[in-house]
Design a protein around this ligand. Sequence first.
Ligand SMILES: Nc1ncnc2c1ncn2[C@@H]1O[C@H](COP(=O)(O)OP(=O)(O)OP(=O)(O)O)[C@@H](O)[C@H]1O
Ligand SMILES: [Mg+2]
Length: 454
Amino acid sequence: MTLWSSRDLRAATGGTGGADATGVSIDTRTLAPGDLFVALVGENADGHRYVADALARGAACAMVHAEVPGFGGDARLLRVADTLAGLADLGRFARTRFTGKVAAITGSVGKTTAKAMLARILAAHGATHAAVASYNNQWGLPLTLARMAPDAAYAVVEIGMNHAGEVAPLAHLARPHLALITAIAPVHVGHLGSLEAIADEKGSIFSGLEPGGVAVIPAEAPHAGRLRAAAGGHTVLSFGTGREADARLIEAESDASGVRLRARVLGVEIETSLAAPGAHMAMNATAAMLAASALGIAPREAAATLCGFAPVRGRGERRVLHVRGGEALLLDESYNASAPSVRAALAVLALQKAERRVAVLGDMLELGEAGPAEHLSLVPDIARDADRLHVCGRLMRLVYDAVPERLRGVWAEDSDALAPQVVADLSAGDAVLVKGSLGSRMARIVAALEEAAA
Ligand SMILES: Nc1ncnc2c1ncn2[C@@H]1O[C@H](COP(=O)(O)OP(=O)(O)OP(=O)(O)O)[C@@H](O)[C@H]1O
Ligand SMILES: [Mg+2]
């Protein structure tokens, strides 16, 4: 079915050319036939070099702002002044024609997890469009909007930031009916300077709310008052553990593989269980149920739909590894790391019934001057929750040197150097947690473990 008529493509972007498209892609590796291919210019690659490939793979048309050799007069080229701005134009147009409700999620941790939870609840009530992975930046958000079917009932989008001033423009593009802040924590603090600045940056999502919109905030977060103030005249709902929270997590009981939780959501007591352990998962669920309820879904139905929720790939996914003499459990947290999320993951590691609880940690990046202290703050958690520690990276070296001797496994320069040593150390009965910032490339260790266990 046509998602973008060539007429709408031109109307949205002010460009020329183009053809009807059934989807939107920025990457030829994941392009589907019929897609519009948008030739973005990135730090490492220029999408214009992949236009011929995209068309050969069945792209209906390609958005470009530069000449593509061999395609001079090709009508399939949608010519615009700038492809990143063109993608934002598509996002704006798609949002304007969208007839459903939009929920936007930001926060220091848990955005993608909360997005997956909320999307799961909403999808039980109507067609729901959700962002892929963590598509939350200046191309990820517009791409998410551009892919949205105009008549879906709901859309759930993620808004992220690395630097001050990035959230508000994305929020104005998304124009959500509901905006949810998951948590405020010192993540990306290197670029923002202080926790207060982080709260203000997250709070700026509310400037994009539609009239009559709802702001959902973490009641006990640092600077929650600033978040409330940022919501201006909009309705504010909060989630937390305190009595005054509109959604109150009353009880969360984790075992090795999940959490049972009891909460009171807008006055209704609910119970559910997730196939993802940890109080942080229970709190994300409480936030998602509150958001769904604010969008008109009964809290009990939200709780029932959420039952059995399992972590998103790279964010706590559990997999069994077959190793000599038995099995080991892999907790794949390789997608990202910040102090709160490492702490949460270590707590989950501690719950595992294993011979050895092995933590494999890579550097948490983008912390600026706070880097060493944020890393060292993990030492007590590691000492309590893990039996063995392997690390890579310059900052994790500080942790390695500070943990009790009995925990110390291997330190290596980077994940490539560490991977074979982690594999060599793996034995039956282990529970292995792998976690680090995306830039620490801990996924390579996950891949090495899986390869060895195949
Ligand atoms: N409420 C929470 N508190 C602490 N850690 C959390 C919380 N929710 C999720 N996590 C953990 O944080 C990590 C990142 O989760 P997730 O991908 O959902 O966050 P995100 O905000 O989307 O991250 P990104 O900024 O990379 O897009 C995972 O390890 C996850 O288990
Ligand atoms: Mg994310």
